[in-house]
Design a protein around this ligand. Structure first.
Ligand code: GLY
Length: 334
């Protein structure tokens, strides 16, 4: 088993990465004081590790529509009825939806109970389960209610990916593609485990520097401003990673219009997205003005619309002064 440390002072935790290691790793992360473990998962995931202390399974529904405050309330009620205490542990087993929802419920239950994430999707392993962001959606926008709640450990058992549907692979690769532009070296030369490790390593480094996204961490949202708007606008018919791929290509186009990068760099974006089998064409069926209005609800939009863009100094957050550029870039991607 490999280990990458997310160094955050007293909130430091290990990410354990291996194959066929889920049970061993999970049990090794359980503090001695723990009497009960609440396993939060979805019925279709079908991965229930054997845990050395009393445990109970808590299913949540599938699909982005389950990512609500109501699901968090239901989970907390069921934990309270079962007698989960503040000294116990929640284990989240599943994709980003499960770790986001269970992580947020753990953050607020009894004002905070320990959580261990066991991501079973590529997207969960390289992004969602690392770094302590937890959230649920409102009808007004994605991930608008949440908290920073670092797990006490993360277990990435790569063998759990063996039955991952093709669409979920694409979702994960949308996030992996992002790391190419954030500075991960030679990602395309790694096997799957190597890619996962390199992405986690880079994410751990960024989170260590800026745990609460007051600065550099925002670059992890590369491609996400358009992605979140696309997801919301068509009721999540595009999956997150698919939308991120389009969002990355769109961000490259804006950067080119602003003179921050040249066509060669735009071509590099296309090459990376194609390498992962990702489509980056903006579907014509979207209402562009509506997408721009959704950009205003983005969490980075504290003072007008901002985008994470490539440029001579690398990827950074840039305020968009002229909103016409946003439509111009959409037209260019048709
Ligand atoms: N998914 C972006 C972040 O963790 O900051």
């Amino acid at each position: 088993m490999n280990q990458i440390q997310v160094d955050l002072g007293e909130r430091t935790y290990p990410v354990l990465i291996g194959t066929e290691c889920l049970e061993e790793a999970l049990n090794s992360l359980l503090p001695d004081r723990v009497q009960k473990v609440a396993l939060v998962t979805q019925s279709n995931i079908g991965i229930i590790p054997s845990i050395n202390v009393e445990h109970e399974i808590f299913h949540i529904d599938n699909g982005e529509r389950a990512k609500t405050l109501k699901t968090v309330e239901d989970l907390c009620s069921r934990w309270a009825q079962w007698g989960l205490t503040r000294t116990d542990v929640v284990v989240a087993i599943g994709g980003g939806l499960v770790t986001d929802v269970a992580g947020f419920a753990a953050a607020v239950y009894h004002r905070g109970v320990d959580v261990i994430h066991a991501p079973t999707t590529l997207l969960g392993m390289v992004d969602a389960a690392i770094g302590g962001k937890t959230a649920v959606n409102l009808s007004e926008g994605k991930n608008l209610v949440g908290s920073f709640w670092q797990p006490v450990g993360v277990v990435c058992d790569i063998s759990t990916l063996s039955s991952l549907p093709e669409r979920e692979w694409r979702c994960g690769y949308g996030e992996v593609a992002k790391y190419h532009f954030l500075g991960a070296q030679d990602l395309d030369q790694q096997d799957l485990a190597g890619k996962i490790m390199k992405c986690i390593q880079l994410k751990a480094e960024i989170v260590r520097e800026d745990e609460r996204e007051t600065g550099r961490r925002a670059i992890l949202n590369y491609g996400h401003t358009l992605a979140h708007a696309l997801e919301m606008e068509k009721d999540f018919s595009l999956a997150h990673g698919e939308a991120v791929a389009i969002g990355i290509r769109y961000a490259a186009e804006i950067a080119k219009i602003l003179g921050r990068i040249d066509q060669k760099r735009v071509d590099e974006h296309e090459t990376v997205l194609e390498y992962y089998g990702l489509s980056y064409k903006l579907p014509s069926s979207y209402d562009w003005a509506q997408l721009v209005s959704l950009f205003q609800r983005d969490k980075k939009a504290v003072d007008g619309i901002s985008f994470v863009l490539d440029g001579p100094e690398g990827i950074e957050v840039v305020k968009i002064e002229d909103q016409e550029i946003l439509i111009q870039a959409m037209e260019a991607l048709q």
